[in-house]
Design a protein around this ligand. Sequence first.
Ligand code: KG4
Ligand code: ZN
Length: 348
Amino acid sequence: MLILGIETSCDETAASLLKIERGKFKVLKKVIASQISLHNQYGGIIPELAAREHIKKIIPVIEKALSVKPKLIDLIAVTEGPGLITSLLVGVETAKTLSLAWQKPLLGVNHLQGHLAANFLKETPSFPALGLIVSGGHTELILLQDYHHQKKIGQTRDDAAGECFDKIAKLLGLGYPGGPIVSQYAAQAKPNQIKTKLPRPMIQSKNYDFSFSGLKTAVLYTIQKRKAFLQNQKFIAEICYESQQAIIDVLLKKTFRAAQEFKVNSIILGGGVIANQELRKQFLIQAEKMSSSPKILIPPLEFCMDNATMIAVAAYFQYQKLNSLKKQNLKNNWRKIKANPNLEIEES
Ligand code: KG4
Ligand code: ZN
């Protein structure tokens, strides 16, 4: 089976051609046009600019990813949400047009489901599994009895962890996206000499929800007290180190407490923040310390950040679940699919 995946939920225009043979995935082609340099000059994403850029890039990106004749494609998959509405619309409308023109079935995919599905490219986790999605817009804990039976058990009540990295970087005048820059500065800090202490919001709360806006505000107050220090590289490195560790501490604590309570066999990580090397390392170390030692699955870096391969993988599982009548009807699905900026992971 051949699936063409399309992703435009935020600031990456991406297309991927995925082959599935006897349940094994093979990425035939993957193309990503990143808009980082465009948004970097504004210190964050400007939705209008993102949408215009998607319009410029979407056809060239799909053409590049199409290493086979369109008639050989079995399914088109597109991110329908969550994300920026104007960005989503470009991918969704393009996919609908291709579905109609090529007479190919079309499936709409949840972007967050895609982040979890990225883990299945290499191997199928042992269930029950706990999914942690940490991106620029979301921080969620999902319990999976198997791929088709999922339940959200916690989420952020305000800012997402990635958003917190981005806002802290902005406060420090470091540019966008914040995560990779903050982690670079953090690596320069000397852990035993850190004087600044930042809060670990909700780390002791009994539920599995998160909150990161207070951490950002704590950084703001720290900077306001010592404005002159913003010229001091050592101070910047210290704030970056402490912010990153505060975020990791909360994610670790809540995830492993849930893993213990729900007796999961594996923990699957997904989303842009999972590209953070320190976070990856600390999750692996923590898993070894647990008596149940759940297996940690982490996608390769390229599949943590937004990409279209993960959308094609999620579409494959969605397709498997449909009965043959519904599969036939997918050719007319272009009439029904709508971009939805607030799409949630469905409980099943
Ligand atoms: O999943 P993603 O590519 O897009 C969304 O769905 O939002 O995630 C983007 C987020 C941004 O907030 C970015 O700062 C963060 O992922 N990020 C990182 C790292 N690389 C990207 N955060 C921490 N450390 C990183 N190395
Ligand atoms: Zn994402």
